[in-house]
Design a protein around this ligand. Structure first.
Ligand SMILES: CC(=O)N[C@@H]1[C@@H](OP(=O)(O)OP(=O)(O)OC[C@H]2O[C@@H](n3ccc(=O)[nH]c3=O)[C@H](O)[C@@H]2O)O[C@H](CO)[C@@H](O)[C@@H]1O
Length: 382
């Protein structure tokens, strides 16, 4: 006899997955006919835990698989074995993964090996280049081949899936859940400013400066890219009207390049990675954002912050089409030139500083929860 409540097994392991899944986990938990099992892999231990704490998620299973210096193949193999064992124990009716991490790919594959259906949140992002972003572009395509429910954030993402011959009835344009997380967190900070109070000192110290907020951690930028970005920031900070705020990703390669190429300077503020409310507050304080992050490309347009994307290609063309984002790559001169153009030409700045939210309206998670609920109503025999 089948269970009355359907069991959903949600696998994730990194900061961005936790940010983009907490609204979904909550929406699913509000359905009495569904039971959720959250399984974290610990792929990015510290950054993941920051988000879990703030979102109030206590994972049911913590695989804690992070090992210092682990290779992608060792990580993938360990994830596959560990997730598979948990699936055998939990016997879920459906597995949910998000985005393009190795944890998500391994979760989908372990589910497929057990013929458990897979829902993919943030489906259909494609750069068209298997090496950029690497290995995420391949992870996305593998998950798409295995999933039977594809939650595309935008119409363009849905079209990319149809172009790969995924059946239209399995593709749903829901918006990106990061906008749910962003709007909710912004609301929480307004109601309780102490959630982001750690930035008050920095905001006071930088008052009167135009703030350039920077994040960079993409693997393909770890060699020459991050060095070129650091040189650009050092030049930008020579302007007396500008301050650079750089929450640095814990990857040691980034820290050591910055130690060499980004000298101590009163107008360059390097911090540890900020927790989510503090990062959202930093986005609000920023005049210009420089980033190679996927999530930041979705958040900055929703807040009307001009964003220069430190990549050669992007799967998030919607921000560029909306006019809020511009692809600038990682050439030092180009970055400096584009930042100075925004600082010195008010019309250029105003054109990019319009708030658009091409990636969602903040209601994606409730749409996804409803689609998952309905999938059981339609596919379960009477
Ligand atoms: C190749 C690619 O594009 N892949 C993406 C990748 O993630 P990413 O590039 O978006 O990763 P990050 O930049 O680490 O995270 C970003 C989030 O972190 C918040 N943030 C940032 C700095 C900080 O100091 N404190 C914070 O809280 C910030 O607001 C934002 O929401 O994996 C995801 C999962 O599958 C995919 O969705 C997504 O395609």
């Amino acid at each position: 006899m089948g269970r009355i409540r359907k069991k959903l097994f949600i696998v994730f392991g990194t900061r961005p997955e936790a940010i983009k899944l907490f609204p979904v986990i909550r929406a699913l938990s509000n359905s009495p006919e569904l039971e959720t099992v959250t399984c974290v892999t610990g792929q990015h231990r510290g950054l993941l835990d920051q988000v879990l704490g703030i979102a109030g998620i206590r994972p049911d299973i913590d695989l804690n698989l992070m090992m210092h210096g682990q290779s992608l193949d060792s990580l993938s193999a360990r994830l596959l074995l560990a997730i598979g064992a948990e699936l055998d124990r939990a016997q879920p009716d459906r597995v949910i993964v998000q985005g393009d991490t190795v944890s998500a790919m391994a979760g989908a594959l372990a589910a497929h090996y057990r013929r458990i259906p897979v829902s993919h949140v943030e489906a259909g992002l494609r750069s068209g280049d298997l090496l950029q972003p690497w290995p995420e572009e391949a992870n996305r395509r593998i998950i798409a081949a295995l999933a039977d429910q594809h939650f595309a954030p935008t119409r363009a993402a849905a079209a990319a899936l149809r172009a790969e011959n995924i059946a239209s009835e399995n593709i749903h344009v829901t918006g990106n859940t990061v906008i749910d997380a962003l709007f909710e967190t912004r609301q929480r900070i307004r109601a309780d400013p102490s959630l982001a109070a750690g930035l008050a000192g920095i905001a006071r110290a930088l008052a009167g400066q135009r703030i350039v907020l920077v994040t960079s951690h993409r693997r393909e930028n770890l060699d020459a890219g991050i060095a070129a970005i650091a040189s650009a920031l050092a030049r930008i900070a020579t302007r007396p009207d500008v301050a650079v705020l750089f929450p640095v990703h814990p990857n040691p390669v980034i820290g050591s390049v910055l130690d060499t190429l980004l000298p101590a300077h009163p107008r360059i503020v390097r911090t540890e990675p900020l927790d989510y409310p503090h990062f959202i507050r930093a986005l609000e304080l920023a005049d210009i954002v420089l980033s190679d992050s996927g999530g930041v490309q979705e958040e900055a347009p929703a807040l009307g912050k001009p964003l220069l994307v430190l990549r050669e290609t992007t799967e998030r063309a919607e921000g560029i089409a909306a006019g809020t984002a511009r692809l600038v790559g990682t050439c030092t001169d180009r970055i400096v030139e584009e930042v100075c153009r925004l600082l010195d030409e008010p019309a250029a700045y105003a054109a990019m500083a319009q708030a658009h939210s091409p990636f969602g309206d903040g209601q994606a998670a409730s749409r996804i929860a409803a689609l998952i609920r309905n999938s059981f109503n339609t596919s379960v025999p009477p």
